[in-house]
Design a protein around this ligand. Sequence first.
Ligand code: FES
Length: 153
Amino acid sequence: MAESIWTVGRVAKRCGIKVSTLHFYEEKGLISSSRNTGNQRRYKAEVIRRVSVIKAAQKMGISLAAIKQAFATLPEERTPTQRDWQKLSSQWRQELNDRIAYLERLRDSLTGCIGCGCLSMKNCPIYNAEDKLSVEGPGPVLLERKRAQAGQK
Ligand code: FES
């Protein structure tokens, strides 16, 4: 399959981002481009997948540094194959699973006490009488406790 070459504007449009964001990703070493005779950036089509993965990962709260580390497993000199992406995803699997578990627990905990000290929910006296959990530290102690448990699995 001949590798199609895209302009910066076309990539930005297809990915739904600003041209300046593409430049930023390039500055951060997350994507790369070549230059044509007019010194304009040109991208391989596979950059669209990389940008899409970056955007999705950022939505999950994954840092650009972590994304860059994961992308380091992808080949630069050729278009990553499904196998390359599988290697990346297995490396990222645990972090993504932890985040998914945390989001599920947040979703499931929103109707009950999260141990934050507000004592405003009906079952706070059961789980956090007189804010006894505050001795464990700041923030939603019960939610963080579940997060730690999720991370240990
Ligand atoms: S929800 Fe805040 S202390 Fe229970």
